[in-house]
Ligand binder design. Structure first.
Ligand SMILES: [Zn+2]
Length: 129
């Protein structure tokens, strides 16, 4: 990501600094960019933006100075690690759900069996008459 830092800022090429050819986002020319030190203060507004660790690059064609920053990457949204207690609680909840389902299944089966028995009893009664 390129950020236009300052037009025609007073700069000094960093000795042994980085140098590369890139298409300038301002003048559109394929030009050499040299790592520079900005040797001028730009007033209160810019002071906060200038960081010793930030490197500026100057287009050799138009002289514009850019701050080449890596786009801020959002921290990977890692799922929060579950504590042993949470895992245990989840396991217990899952077991309870399974147990409840099993109970329900048995109830239904029993009800069905009872109904069949009732029907059989009813049938026997009728046949017995
Ligand atoms: Zn340029």
């Amino acid at each position: 990501m390129w950020l236009l830092f300052h037009r025609n800022a007073k700069t000094k090429v960093v000795r042994g600094g980085e140098s590369f050819v890139e298409t300038c986002p301002e003048c559109g020319k394929r030009a050499r960019f040299d790592e520079v030190e900005v040797s001028e203060s730009f007033g209160v507004f810019f002071v906060d933006l200038i960081d010793d660790k930030e490197r500026m690059f100057r287009c050799s064609a138009c002289g514009d100075v850019f701050d080449r920053r890596e786009p801020a990457k959002p921290a990977p949204a890692a799922p929060p690690a579950k504590s042993a207690r949470e895992l245990e609680r989840e396991r217990a909840a899952e077991e309870a759900r399974r147990f409840a389902a099993e109970v329900r299944r048995r109830e239904v089966a029993e009800a069905k069996a009872n109904r069949i028995e009732d029907e059989l009893a009813e049938l026997k009664k009728r046949l017995g008459r």
